[in-house]
Design a protein around this ligand. Structure first.
Ligand code: ARG
Ligand code: ZN
Length: 890
């Protein structure tokens, strides 16, 4: 079926606006069902643009009045969300008054209610749902905001910048006036009016200014904000030390809200967060939650410079701020882990963080790049911008920045950043501006070819082959690159690909590397710059045939194709000096075994694999966190993309057998590992402890999968005796992922303990939605998911609940979701249609779960296609869902 496309917006069509806004004065009379917004804008003619009308956007607004310099406007044209006003002169005051209904706003974009409080989310285009405005990032204005609300229900009134005035009003109401000294685009506007309390700290910035830091939460959550505050202080220090960037406000506020579409938002001086990324205490948050809080707090804080002070000219440039800021938060987290691990553990801690990031990239971004939504990190067109807050723009975007960092070196990169701010502070710019300034700061370093990373979609393949010449002791490594075609983009140009390479000698030690023509050997890892379609590198001075270790530290976001037999993978699993590649060798070997077992239900687990696995598990010299990574099987979504055609049911059957065999064959080792990984003392968030807990929990998973009685008993004891959520949930997960009869009882006990804790209940929902069937007689997971939708704690209106229950089932449980009878697909369509009416952004995220359906076996394709068509034909489809489903069917 060919579908009619919604109009798509083209990057090439960018035009500056004829009028900009210099200052904007907003007044909010906040009432749940009828909020009146009075907006006074000083509009100024843009000398860099062609003459034209003042253009404002407005969506879902009831317009009460509109004046230009106090008069009725001469001419107003309206088409859809766009309002065009003719005006004379150079500067005019436009005043517009609108009424909105926050209570009815279920999209969580614009101004909405959550638990009785008022909150906003404006990125990307939510501000136009609050008032009429030139709602584009290239319009930077100075904001003054007055909030007026009921004092009892909304004792706290916050907006961007500094509080300049507050007071009482008649009728039990009060007001507060805020002024943001920095010009900003409208997507960074925020207000909060709610019943909250603040956890505060005063700190000194690098230049000796005192600043007030606040984390605002509901009163009952005050005991779980310390970690977020610590993370904020650490982020401030890190940005000062690493980039010389200082907080530019006297007050920096973070607010946590339970209803939020995404993770968090970097509004100037008033970051708004999903509670999931703020609240943490040992009894309710896992080590991973602690890590996520730290990195998301850092991410939003870092946006203050990379995003807010220098912003994007248009939304196609989103990766300018997101790719760069993700790279910054990744570096920050690695540094924090390294610092906590101490001198000895630092390298391994950094590697473990890198492995985490690579796992995310492979699980989320590689499939996106291979599907109908594939786009370059800087897209050329979109129908709905909210669909482009993607793993490609964020995570692949961060990889592109990382490659720049690799090519220019840390100092060259820092010089580029300094120059970037010196040129562009206070401006809205493009990705070209960024890359050009990086080049300029590095003696004109040629980055022309590098720009293809911004314009080409698809995951590049690098095929490597080596030729050993015993006669002269040389090894010639040939690297060939190619990128598969993606929608609308057939011919691909060669990219600049930094390939960090090492050569391992037969003794397992790295060889000194000397390239032909060099007078002496250099370090044992070096970065080869692949720029041609195919290139050879000749290493000399070797005494025996080496084993190549390529793409060390995952130096580029590519798929490395390397012909390695099992023995070689086992060798690298045992010896590769680069932890990322050592992990990768284990993953490749596990992938090979899993896919072979999926292709042949009678195939078993090769003894050599068991031996290699056992050796890693028993290697006490290796960091437990690393072992936990290396011994966890590759993600199911990643494996499905590697399977041609993808057969989720066959894969699941193979994974069940593989987990069981690994659990049974290594039972003694898992049991002793679990014992050895005990963490004494009270809980602390520390990478060393977290690694031990992760390995112990993994051991329980294998033991439970295998139905090992001792392991199951151990899991039960750990569940009951746990003093922190990481151990309690780890034990619970192991029990739920087993055939143990106590499954239901422990789930119920967990629920009873946390019945009033929304974030912990999200874990409870997700665990059940992600459950595999370990015994053939068990009911399908879908039955459980449906039953849980009726649970009092579940709500289709709360994104966290939807992501936990439906998101986990659709995205993280392919072996159940793709049941042969198609029941999962019908359920998917029902839920996408229901969500579409409430919250298009959330609906579109769920809709994406089936986009790679063409990779599946034919029977599943037929079942999925009919449900995709049903969604596409349903009435009142949002542009968000229409784009996703339309492209999937194209
Ligand atoms: N800029 C935010 C962040 O990355 C994300 C906001 C996404 N909003 C959206 N509607 N897609 O930190
Ligand atoms: Zn961001």
């Amino acid at each position: 079926m060919k579908t009619e496309h919604a109009p798509s917006i083209q990057r090439a069509d960018y035009q500056p606006l004829a009028w900009k806004v210099e200052t904007v004065d907003l007044h909010f009379r906040l009432e749940p069902e009828s909020t009146v917004v009075t907006n006074r804008m000083l509009c100024v003619r843009n000398r860099e643009a062609e003459a034209g009308p003042i253009r404002l956007w407005g969506e879902d607004l009831e317009r009460l009045s509109l004046t230009v310099d106090g008069q009725a406007p001469q001419a107003v044209r309206e088409q859809g969300a766009l309002l065009e006003i003719e005006a004379d002169g150079e500067r005019v005051v436009v005043e517009v008054q609108t009424r909105i209904n926050p209570k009815a706003n279920t999209t969580l974009s614009g101004l909405y209610l959550s638990n009785g409080g008022f909150f906003t989310q404006c990125e990307a285009e939510g501000f136009r749902r609050i008032t009429c405005f030139p709602d584009r990032p290239d319009v930077m204005a100075r904001f003054t905001v007055t909030l007026e609300a009921d004092r009892k229900t909304c004792p706290v009134l916050l907006s961007n910048g500094n509080l300049v005035e507050q007071g009482e009003l008649p009728g039990g109401r009060h007001y507060a006036k805020w002024e943001d000294p920095f010009p900003k685009p409208s997507y960074l506007f925020a207000l909060v009016a709610a019943d909250l309390v603040a956890y505060e700290r005063t700190v000194e910035t690098m230049s000796g200014r005192e600043v007030l830091l606040q984390v605002w939460v509901e009163a009952g959550n005050l005991d779980r904000v310390e970690h977020a505050m610590d993370s904020l202080v650490h982020s401030m220090r890190w940005d000062e030390e690493t980039f010389g960037l200082e907080l530019d406000l006297d007050r920096f506020m973070i607010v946590a809200v339970a209803d939020f579409n995404m993770g968090a938002m970097e509004n100037k001086g008033l970051n708004i967060f999903n509670t999931k990324f703020i609240l943490a205490k040992p009894d309710t948050a896992t080590d991973v939650d602690y890590e996520n809080v730290e990195s998301v707090v850092a991410h939003e804080y870092f946006h203050n410079w990379t995003g807010n002070r220098v912003t994007c000219r248009d939304w196609f440039q989103l990766t300018l701020k997101e790719g760069l800021t993700v790279f910054r938060d990744q570096q920050f987290s690695a540094d924090m882990l390294a610092r906590a691990a101490g001198a000895e553990g630092a390298a391994s801690a950094c590697a473990v963080k890198r492995i985490d990031d690579v796992r995310v990239l492979r699980a989320a971004q590689f499939p996106e790049d291979a599907g109908p939504m594939a786009h370059p990190i800087r897209p050329d067109s979109y129908q709905e911008i909210n669909n482009f807050y993607t793993a490609t723009v964020y995570e692949k975007g961060a990889e592109v920045i990382r490659m720049l960092h690799t090519l220019l070196g840390p100092e060259g990169f820092r010089n580029g950043m300094d120059l970037y701010f010196s040129y562009f502070d206070g401006q809205a710019v493009t990705c070209d501006d960024f890359v050009e300034v990086m080049s300029e700061a590095n003696n004109g370093f040629d980055l022309d070819q590098f720009m293809h990373w911004y314009s080409q979609a698809g995951t590049p393949r690098v095929k490597a082959s080596g030729q050993w010449n015993a006669a002269d002791g040389s090894y010639t490594l040939t690297l060939a690159q190619s990128t598969p075609a993606t929608p609308g983009e057939h011919a691909k140009l060669p990219l600049v690909i930094p390939v960090a390479a090492g050569l391992i000698g037969p003794d397992g030690r790295d060889c000194p590397l000397q390239l032909e023509g060099e007078s002496q050997p250099g370090p044992t890892t070096r970065v080869l710059k692949l720029t041609e379609a195919s290139q050879s590198f000749r290493f000399v001075g070797l005494t025996a045939e080496p084993v190549p270790s390529l793409l060390r530290g995952f130096s580029a976001p590519v798929i490395l194709e390397l012909d390695e037999d099992d023995a070689r993978l086992a060798f690298r699993m045992a010896h590769d000096a680069d932890p990322c590649n050592r992990w990768d060798a284990a993953q490749r070997y596990a992938e090979r075994v899993a896919l072979a077992m999926a292709a042949d239900p009678s195939a078993g687990v090769p003894a050599a694999f068991l031996d290699a696995f056992r050796a890693l598990l028993g290697n006490a010299a290796l960091d437990p966190a690393f072992r936990a990574q290396a011994l966890a099987l590759p993600g199911e979504a990643y494996l499905l993309e590697r399977m041609k055609p993808a057969d989720p049911l066959a894969l699941r059957a193979a994974l069940v057998r593989l987990m069981r065999t690994l659990g049974t064959s290594l039972a003694a080792e898992w049991l002793s590992t679990c014992e050895a990984m005990q963490v004494p003392g009270p809980y602390r968030y520390h990478p060393g402890d977290a690694g031990r807990r992760a390995l112990a929990n993994l051991a329980l998973r294998y033991l439970a999968a295998a139905g090992n009685a001792e392991g199951l008993a151990l899991a039960q004891r750990r569940f009951e005796g746990a003093t922190n959520m990481t151990e309690r949930f780890g034990a619970l997960a192991a029990l739920v992922q087993s055939t143990h009869p106590a499954r239901e009882a422990v789930l119920a006990a967990f629920h009873a303990r946390y019945r009033d804790d929304a974030l912990v209940l999200d874990k409870w929902f997700a665990l059940q939605a992600g459950a595999w069937r370990w015994d053939a007689a068990a009911a399908p997971t879908l039955a459980r998911v449906k039953a849980l939708m009726a649970d009092a704690a579940f709500s289709l209106s709360n994104p966290n609940k939807v992501y936990a229950l439906l998101g986990t089932y659709f995205r993280a449980n392919p072996g159940e979701f793709h049941a042969a009878d198609g029941s999962g697909h019908v359920f998917w369509a029902d839920q996408v249609i229901a969500l579409n009416a409430k919250n298009p952004q959330v609906a579109a995220r769920m809709a994406r779960a089936l986009e790679n359906w063409r990779h599946f076996v034919p029977a599943l394709q037929a079942s999925i296609r009919s449900q995709l068509e049903r969604v596409l034909a349903s009435p009142d489809l949002s542009p968000d869902v229409a784009e996703v489903v339309g492209k999937a069917l194209d």
